[in-house]
Design a binder for this molecule. Structure first.
Ligand code: SF4
Length: 232
């Protein structure tokens, strides 16, 4: 089993979605609207300005192992802010949006969201990052969600410290640690079956917290049922 933080949160929403992503990705809809991703990238880049002067682990053109090695090297060299800092523990790979390293070596995880509030799914996202870093023996002192402050009205200059809200979610993230090992064990057991997805029916979870990209696959029978009912 090899999981990223997005696969972990996908599995939390629906284990079948995780199974399909792993073994039948061709049934998943490919997003055509790039706007969400572009907005997320733009917000992420702006948020790095809150921790100016850091180094960014390149996303393109480097393997997971290279990203991890580069992160380790920069930590050893004393770089205080690393964007997309990469780590792996127990086959879980995470990239921390902004890792801040204090002078005493303790660390702060910063997860950036283009939302205007902290949502539960973000806490799970941050919690798996904390799980990996603390599992590696790193001293994580604080975990933050950084999101857009929708009360901010821009004047002439863009003030990043006002544009963003930094919310300390350390206690929530620590609270979530207890359930992570059993969740991972459940995912591992479920993924041992490479032939058949878990028998999960459609429901409200198909839209919450995200609209699932397997909907056209799992909901394919719904129009037919509606048609059959209309004919009786
Ligand atoms: S469409 Fe619904 S049931 Fe199917 S994988 Fe997605 S969340 Fe699960």
């Amino acid at each position: 089993m090899y999981l990223s933080k997005s696969l972990y949160t996908r599995g939390l929403q629906c284990a079948k979605s995780l199974w399909l992503k792993k073994y039948k990705p061709e049934v998943l809809q490919v997003p055509t609207d790039r706007t969400v991703f572009e907005t997320g990238d733009m917000v992420g880049d702006l948020a790095c300005g809150l921790f100016a002067g850091g180094k960014e682990v390149p996303y393109e053109g480097t393997s997971f192992d290279e990203k991890i090695a580069l992160t380790r090297r920069w930590i050893e060299e004393g770089v205080s802010d690393i964007y997309e800092a990469s780590f792996s523990f127990q086959d879980i790979f995470v990239m921390v949006d902004i890792l801040h390293i204090n002078a005493n070596g303790s660390m702060e995880i910063n997860e950036v969201k283009s939302s205007t509030e902290v949502k539960d799914v973000y806490l799970h996202d941050a919690s798996v990052q904390y799980y990996v870093l603390s599992g590696l023996g790193l001293d994580v002192k604080r975990t933050n969600i950084i999101h857009i402050n929708n009360k901010y009205i821009r004047d002439e200059e863009l003030e990043l410290d006002k544009l963003f809200s930094i919310v300390d979610v350390s206690s929530e993230v620590k609270e979530l640690q207890r359930d992570i090992p059993s969740r991972l064990a459940n995912f591992e057991k479920m993924l041992e079956n490479t032939q058949t997805p878990p028998p999960i029916d459609i429901g409200t979870h198909c839209f919450d917290p995200y609209e699932c990209d397997a909907k056209s696959h799992c909901w394919a029978h719904i129009p037919l049922i509606a048609y059959l009912i209309s004919q009786t």
